[in-house]
Each structure stands twice: as structure tokens, then as C-alpha cells.
Write a protein that binds this ligand. Structure first.
Ligand code: CTP
Length: 418
């Protein structure tokens, strides 16, 4: 389907890379209208944008008044992509300023908005920018990147605009999820989701655990339910009052989680392993509370390996059950992070793997998540930073599209016995 896509380009050096975004969208068959700000035109010329977009480029708020251009562009848009989005534009969007054609078009539109921030690390980390980003995300704007890497000067860090192909993939995924992934696209599917973190008991009052809040897994379960799936939520140490129509199965340790998943996975269309499963458990669980040893300042606890639940499912025949795993990694380098994700996907036999950077402040504790979704050929399907609900939506879009392909394959095979 051809989409009417508005690409807003704002005044940062990464504006030259926005030409790649426009080009990729045009080559994908879409009708692209570029709205550069005055600042953007200092970095990239209007003739270039007109040639690449194959459409006239307007910048003036007071031109085309007869055709009410300041609202017509936004009203007609199916999708708005802003790349690069400067700190200034992000701030203007957060308060709803409309002092140029782009600002007017944004306010006059109900289309989904995807922004790709680009700025220096200090500006990105500034509390004002972070508060503006949070405001935009709460309003449903999808934020792609920024990536970590070399910036314009000699400095490097988070702030680099994502690569055009990543922005385009994320933007088209957002548009597809608005149009195709309506509630009901998972109807008739049985989806098993694990969430939370396991606890490995040491004695009646102590355990070894992890900081997983379970928010991402619960968001996936609830979103799958909202899209019509029958959902079994295997909840490791979660207190979810109302899992919104999901069948909830509480578990605590990895061994309990394994038993629950193995049982629930039979006949399931998808198993989504969002739970943080302990790799080791204490070799011995004391029946009594372990007492301090007065003669020894230290304590050594012997651990044994837990089963790898996802790998167990992935390496057993699981025809018809789509396996989605997560990779929680602390690796700071983007490329290395992806390598670790790809290796993990293969090692576990997962069909889809969600690579998730975690750290002291990232991932587990927060309401937001930054993920890269890898497909079964190790390709990047989506890269997204957003609320855990928007990440859940992106994961389910991938699941739904895999189901659609499987159904297509089955239909083709049935129709063509050769
Ligand atoms: N997982 C699992 N069983 C385990 C450990 C992890 O099923 N014993 C699943 C998780 O639910 C997740 C995926 O495997 O979907 C990856 O988990 P992660 O903690 O990132 O990786 P590990 O396998 O634990 O590897 P490592 O800690 O060495 O990175």
C-alpha cells in the first residue's frame, strides 16, 4: 500500500543523512513530502530534496494559503517521520509550538509520528530533553535511536542519528502496526508469555534473584490479549493484580518455570520468553535458616546450572510454535551487542530474538526499553526505543507477520500439492 509520508528534516548536520531516509521511502513505493526547517536548508539543498522525493518542497508558512497548506499537509499524512530531530524541534513538539510549516503540519495531523533524535551527548542527556522525550513518548511518538557513536566533533557517545535504513524500517513498522495490526489480528492464537525474574531458594527465607520487574513481559501478555490471543502468562514472582483476561500461572524458581512452560507450550502458536531466568541455583537448599558461622567471616555457596528453558524448546521439535527469546546484555558497543544477540539466537534455536540492553539504570527498572528485534536470518527486523507497551506492540507485530507468512505457506502448499 502506498503511504503518504511526510519527512520533516530539522537543522542538524545529520540532515544530509535524511536524504537517504527520503530515498529509501520513495524506492519502497511511497509518496514522500519533505518539510525541511529553515535550519535544515543550511545543511541540505531544496533541489536535492525535490529531486529525491519527486515532489515539490515547501518551507514557507505563508505560501499556498489558498489551499490551506499549513493544515493540508498534516491532514493528508499517513505517517510523519522527523529525521534528524534536533533538541530544539523535540522541545517545540513537546509544547506543541507551530511557528513553521513542520510545526503546523504536526499539530494538524493524526498520523503516527516517528522521530530520530540527533544531537550532542550532553544535549541528549539534558533533563529538559529527556523530559521532552518522555512527554512525546507518552503521547505515542516513537523514538528511534539515538545511536551511540562518533559525533560531529571529536566527541562520541549517544546522540548520533540512527542509520537511514533503521529509521525507515522502524517507521514502516509503526505505520503497518497502525493499519494492519488492529485489535483482533491474533484472534484464535494461543500465546504463552513468561515474565518476571526467577528466585532460587537458599533456605526458607532467602533466595538468589534478579532485578527484572516483569513489566515488559506483562505488557506483551496484555497487548497480545488485546489483539485477540488466548494468553497464558507464566509469572515469576510478580504481583499483577489484574492480568486483563490472561490466564495467570504463578511460579518462583527456574525449575518451576520450566515445568509450567513445557506444559503450556504444547499446542501453543508462540512462546515468548521475556522472563529473566537464573542460570544457576544453590546446590543445596537448607531446610533451616542458614546461621552465621562465628569462626568464618566468609560464606561460600555452591551453585549448579539450571536448565536453559528456551534452548530446550528451541532444540526440540517445535513445528508450528514460534519461539521468541530475549537477550539481556550489558555490552555498551552497538555492533558487539548485536553480535551477542545473533550468537544467542542461534545457540538457543529461537525464531525471533529481542536484544535488550540492561544495566544499573537501563532495561529492568525503567518504564522504557531499547530493543533490537532479530529475525530468523539474523536480520534486524526493528530497532526501537519506547515505552514497554510500544515495544510489546512491535514484538507482536513481528509475531503476527510470522503467523501470516506461515498461513500463506500452508495455503500455498495446500493449493499446490506439487
Ligand atoms: N533463558 C532460559 N533459561 C535460562 C536462561 C535464560 O530460557 N536458564 C531464556 C530467557 O528467558 C531469555 C533468553 O533465554 O529469553 C536469554 O536470556 P539471557 O539471560 O539473556 O541469556 P543467558 O542464556 O542467561 O546467557 P548469559 O547470561 O550467559 O548471557
Amino acid at each position: 500500500m502506498t503511504l503518504n509520508i511526510v519527512v520533516g528534516i530539522t537543522g542538524g548536520i545529520a540532515a544530509y543523512k535524511a536524504v537517504g531516509v527520503v530515498r529509501a521511502l520513495v524506492l519502497a513505493g511511497h509518496d514522500v513530502h519533505v518539510l525541511p526547517t529553515e535550519g535544515a536548508l543550511r545543511f541540505v539543498g531544496k533541489p536535492t530534496l525535490e529531486a529525491i522525493s519527486r515532489n515539490p518542497v515547501h518551507t514557507e508558512l505563508y505560501e499556498g494559503v489558498a489551499e490551506v497548506r499549513h493544515v493540508a499537509i498534516g491532514q493528508a499524512a499517513d505517517l510523519i517521520v522527523i529525521a534528524p530531530a534536533t533538541a530544539n524541534t523535540i522541545a517545540k513538539m513537546a509544547v506543541g509550538l507551530a511557528d513553521d510549516l513542520l510545526g503546523n503540519s504536526l499539530l494538524a495531523s493524526e498520523a503516527p509520528v516517528v522521530i530520530a533524535p540527533a544531537m550532542h551527548t550532553e544535549m541528549w542527556r539534558h533533563p529538559a530533553t529527556q523530559a521532552n522525550i518522555a512527554t512525546l513518548e507518552a503521547r505515542g511518538v516513537t523514538v528511534v535511536g539515538p545511536a551511540v557513536g562518533q559525533l560531529t566533533g571529536t566527541d562520541s557517545g549517544p546522540g548520533r542519528m540512527e542509520e537511514p535504513e533503521v529509521i525507515v524500517a522502524a517507521a514502516l513498522a509503526v505505520a503497518a502496526s497502525r493499519s494492519a495490526a488492529q485489535p483482533g489480528d491474533l484472534a484464535g492464537r494461543r500465546v504463552v508469555v513468561t515474565a518476571g525474574g526467577t528466585r532460587e531458594p537458599l533456605d526458607p527465607v532467602r533466595f538468589l534473584g534478579n532485578r527484572s520487574s516483569g513489566k515488559q513481559g506483562v505488557a506483551i501478555a496484555e497487548a497480545a490479549r488485546a489483539r485477540g490471543a488466548e494468553v497464558v502468562l507464566i509469572a515469576a514472582n510478580l504481583e499483577v493484580a489484574d492480568p486483563n483476561g490472561c490466564e495467570m500461572r504463578p511460579v518462583s524458581s527456574a525449575i518451576e518455570l520450566q515445568a509450567a512452560v513445557t506444559e503450556a507450550a504444547r499446542g501453543a502458536d508462540a512462546v515468548i520468553m521475556a522472563a529473566a531466568v537464573a542460570d544457576y541455583r544453590p546446590a543445596n537448599v537448607s531446610e533451616q535458616k542458614i546461621k552465621k558461622d562465628a569462626s568464618n567471616d566468609g560464606l561460600t555457596i555452591e551453585l549448579v546450572r539450571n536448565p536453559d528453558i528456551l534452548a530446550g524448546l528451541g532444540h526440540a521439535p517445535h513445528d508450528g510454535t514460534l519461539l521468541v527469546g530475549f537477550a539481556a546484555e550489558t555490552e555498551p558497543d552497538d555492533e558487539r551487542l548485536l553480535e551477542l544477540g545473533r550468537a544467542k539466537r542461534r545457540a538457543k534455536g529461537a525464531d525471533v530474538l529481542v536484544v535488550n540492553r540492561v544495566g544499573w539504570t537501563e532495561g529492568f527498572a525503567s518504564d522504557d526499553n531499547s530493543v533490537v528485534i532479530l529475525g530468523s536470518d539474523d536480520e534486524i527486523v526493528t530497532r526501537l526505543h519506547g515505552t514497554k507497551l510500544s515495544v510489546a506492540g512491535a514484538i507482536l507485530d513481528v509475531v503476527a507477520s510470522k503467523f501470516a507468512h506461515t498461513t500463506d505457506d500452508r495455503t500455498t502448499k495446500a493449493a499446490d500439492p506439487a
